[in-house]
Design a protein around this ligand. Structure first.
Ligand SMILES: [Zn+2]
Length: 287
């Protein structure tokens, strides 16, 4: 699933490509993907793209009409397999991956696609002024990037839950998912199973500094990603999905916990006091 750095670069590129482009038509071939009833998707026809940004892991595309009418925004949730990209040509209507298509007057198309068989990605059109109170947005914690002040981070993490779960909970802090949580905890030299409420002031500081991995990821993407957003992002990961490889910092073998088709990687020497954690007992805690 695209996380904060991937969505940040995608929205920057889409904005660069589409700002000022006029909408000719819009449709949602994946009917379940469109959550809005009012305003209808057609309300963006004739409007121009006024900006593309990000809220947590969700892209937000704004459409203005150059006049007095309120801006409309399309809030997109890509779930695990969605991609939002600009294409030079329109998709065939037989392409079953298409969920929402915004066709532009110049022939290009902004397309929400979803890989795999499940339809989970969705988009919702709403008045810009209603975005902040939209449930998916209103319930979000502070953005993980730019990093919140250390005191705020300490306050939101003061919960009796494991860091691996806590950092991925969008209501606690928003933008981090299964890939970047491994990287952040490794950078902070903290166990995925340390509880938020048990962090010392020093450990909160370590975690706060470790959020810089998101900065570095975004900088990396700025360097390597051109106008086209690849289907598969070149993620600069050091430990996630690197089980069995040497830790890039200390050389210890990276360990992993597997659970429900998912995986959490960590360095036992630096993060868990030398302990390699057993899968079965811990997989329960990670759900
Ligand atoms: Zn290490």
């Amino acid at each position: 699933m695209p996380e904060l750095p991937e969505v940040e670069i995608a929205t920057r590129r889409i904005e660069r490509a589409l700002r000022g482009a006029e909408v000719e038509s819009a449709l949602a071939p994946g009917m379940v993907a469109l959550k809005s009833v009012k305003p209808p998707l057609d309300a963006i026809v004739g409007r121009t793209v006024t900006g593309v940004r990000r809220v947590g892991k969700m892209p937000v595309v704004a459409f203005g009409d150059g006049g007095d009418e309120d801006e409309l925004v399309l809030l997109v949730h890509m779930m695990s397999a969605g991609r939002l990209q600009v294409f030079a040509k329109r998709a065939s209507l037989r392409d079953r991956r298409s969920r929402v298509l915004v066709r532009l007057a110049d022939g290009r198309e902004l397309r929400l696609r979803e890989f795999g068989t499940k339809q989970r990605a969705w988009a919702k059109l709403l008045a810009a002024e209603d975005l902040e109170t939209e449930e998916m947005v209103a319930t979000l914690g502070p953005e993980a990037w730019p990093a919140p002040p250390a005191e705020q981070l300490a306050a939101v993490l003061d919960q009796p839950r494991h860091l691996h779960l806590l950092l991925r909970d969008q209501r606690t802090i928003t933008g981090i998912g299964r890939s970047w949580v491994d990287e952040i905890l490794w950078e902070a030299r903290l166990s995925p199973f340390k509880k938020g409420a048990e962090l010392s002031t020093e450990e909160v500081e370590q975690l706060h500094s470790a959020l810089a991995v998101l900065d570095r990821a975004i900088d990396h993407y700025e360097e390597v990603i051109g106008d086209e957003i690849p289907d598969k992002m070149p993620m600069p990961l050091q430990v996630h999905r690197r089980e069995g490889e040497p830790c890039p910092r200390c050389g210890e073998t990276i360990a992993a916990i597997h659970y429900a088709e998912r995986i959490t990687c960590y360095c036992p020497k630096e993060q868990t006091g030398g302990k390699v954690l057993a899968d079965r007992r811990l997989s329960r805690l990670l759900k």
